[in-house]
Design a protein. Structure first.
Length: 157
């Protein structure tokens, strides 16, 4: 089965604690005009979960947040389902357990981790300092459901 992907352009830069996002291009350009706004926001310095992007109508479907795990904490095993996920690690060190085998991958400050669709994963802080990262989740074209009002789709680490 061939999956038809929706094309998109998203510029995502982490610069001095700010996040810049510039629009997206989709097959239906008119649909993008209502959600294709540039957003600039500050990352918080506190030790709580910080939602960044909450999906439609704020974005074309991408959701993201800043996660803060204390030493020994984990985000809990979950699946990407019909989404791709990227993790950008800002500080700390830990392990990302990915796939059915829960293969451990070293993660931490300065690393980026891509997790494909339909993949289980869990992130655990194995260091002594907080493990802080940003996750970005976006639906893959043709397989996503409309989750705009679904509490179970809130992908929080």
């Amino acid at each position: 089965m061939r999956i038809k992907a929706i094309t998109g352009t998203i510029i995502f830069l982490l610069l001095t604690g700010d996040i810049f996002i510039q629009g997206c291009a989709m097959q239906d350009r008119a649909a993008v005009m209502s959600s294709g706004k540039v957003l600039v926001m500050d990352l918080s310095d506190n030790s709580e979960y910080q939602p960044l992007l909450e999906g439609v109508p704020q974005t074309c479907g991408m959701r993201s947040g800043k996660v803060y795990l204390k030493s020994g904490e984990s985000c809990g095993q979950h699946s990407t389902e019909a989404h791709e996920e990227m993790l950008v690690f800002l500080s700390g060190s830990g392990l990302a357990y990915i796939g059915e085998e829960q293969t451990p991958h070293e993660v931490g400050a300065g690393k980026v981790c891509y997790i494909p669709p339909f993949t289980t994963h869990d992130n655990k802080n194995t260091g002594t300092e907080p493990l802080v990262y940003i996750y970005c989740v976006t639906p893959i074209g043709g397989l996503e459901k409309d989750h705009t009002d679904s509490a179970q789709d809130q992908h929080e680490h």
